[in-house]
Ligand binder design. Structure first.
Ligand code: PLP
Length: 399
């Protein structure tokens, strides 16, 4: 009952905004008067940064929260739910097959395990011991990143290459998979389409980690259409689903093989990465909402927010602002603020600290030391005014 009342209130509070631009509201207590975070002594904040894991990801649209609550009051068979949601997701995304995972990092584990074990049931029980199995994954050296530890969970080792020739020479009968870190595409010598093509040419499955590269929603299927066999995406970043959800998308035989590793069975490598019915259903609804959203309208709204904050803070003499959109990772409008430290006598690092420690607390995106950078897509409607005022005040006080 409580949650229902909350939905109605927040839904009517922001009737004109697209679903991807709203969280489901609420700073204060519930209708029953509980303020859980306050009771726990936790400070809330305004997210003028990104859906970082440490900041608990994105806020879910209210329809995803409603789905979460719906699932929490009903029993359903886990395998049947997995099947049904996988089918639906594949249909609406436009790919062969799909499964909800416990995040993109979990998607990396399931996808890798699938490439190693395929339909070999003995092998499923054997992992992470890969004796007698394919146990190498090829990656470009500059694509190496923290999340590639997930490959090692399956007993698979990474083989680093730099050029097309290196890659072709590295492929052998033990090659299970080729991994691409989508965000790093500009840095590698082998670009995304060529990487997919090389996998096809040699009959090796290719896997693209696009965790933070949605929106645009088209990225859910673009890389599969390009020829990748698997793609994983975070649920709690740009898709705005539950933070502990993700998607593994791609070839039907591989998704089926991945599912063998997932609960309810306890014989696969993924038993510790269970996805609850609540998370699964909310994730499905979050994807629906993303696909139904108007990306151009959202983009314009983000630009408007960037413009608003930029106009306000550049009223302080010596401050310059710039709008930018990172090419792949969090590809939405952002604001960069710089100032002449002779005129505004405070270091960017200090402004960041004051924003975090102020009231309300404001978190920014991480940035180089000579500026501050803001994301505006995680703001609740209207928060751009608070953010603009705080930053302008802090800079003006140092001018
Ligand atoms: C965030 C991220 C992940 C992990 O995603 P989770 O959904 O938090 O598991 C993996 N790869 C990249 C490139 C990421 O940015």
């Amino acid at each position: 009952m409580t949650t229902r009342r909350l939905f109605l209130r927040t839904a009517s509070a922001a009737p004109l905004l697209g679903t991807t631009l709203t969280g489901c509201g609420g700073e204060g207590p519930t209708a029953e008067g509980r303020d859980y975070f306050k009771e726990l002594g936790l400070q809330q904040f305004i997210n003028a940064g990104e859906p970082y894991t440490s900041l608990t990801g994105a806020l879910m649209p209210s329809e995803a929260v409603e789905a979460y609550v719906y699932a929490s009051t009903r029993y359903v068979r886990l395998t049947e739910l997995h099947d049904a949601i996988g089918r639906k997701l594949a249909e609406i995304i436009g790919c062969e097959a799909a499964m909800v995972t416990a995040g993109a990092a979990s998607g990396l584990v399931f996808g890798t395990a699938a490439c190693v074990t395929l339909d070999n049931d003995e092998a499923v029980r054997q992992l992470p011991d890969t004796t007698g199995l394919k146990n190498e994954a090829i990656i470009q050296k500059v694509h190496r990143y923290g999340y590639d530890r997930a490959i090692g969970y399956c007993g698979v080792k990474l083989v680093e290459v730099e050029t097309r020739e290196d890659l072709e020479a590295a492929i052998n009968e033990r090659t299970a998979m080729m991994l691409f870190n989508n965000t790093k595409d500009p840095d590698g010598q082998i670009k995304v389409a060529e990487f997919a093509e090389l996998g096809k040419k040699h009959g090796v499955p290719t896997f693209d980690d696009c965790a933070a590269d949605v929106p645009p929603a088209t990225h859910l299927s673009d890389y599969l259409n390009m020829g990748f066999d698997l793609v994983t995406v975070s649920g709690g970043k740009g898709i705005r689903g539950p933070q502990n959800a993700g998607l593994l998308l791609g070839r039907k035989d591989l998704i089926e093989a991945a599912r063998v590793h997932s609960p309810p069975s306890s014989r696969g490598i993924g038993r510790g990465m269970k996805v609850s019915k609540e998370t699964m259903l909310a994730m499905y609804v979050a994807v629906e909402s993303l696909l139904a959203s108007d990306h151009e309208a959202d983009w314009k709204e983000w630009e408007r927010r960037v413009g608003f904050i930029g106009d306000e803070v550049s009223k302080v003499a010596g401050v310059t602002v710039e709008m930018f959109a990172p090419p792949l990772h969090y590809n939405v409008p952002h604001l960069r603020i710089r100032w002449d430290e002779a005129a505004v006598k405070v270091q960017p690092r200090e402004v960041r600290r004051q924003l975090r420690e102020g009231e309300p607390s404001i978190e920014l995106r991480s940035s180089p030391d000579d500026c501050i950078e803001l994301g505006v897509w995680m703001l609740k409607p209207g928060e751009e005014r608070i953010v603009a005022d705080r930053i302008r005040e802090l800079l003006a006080a140092a001018a």
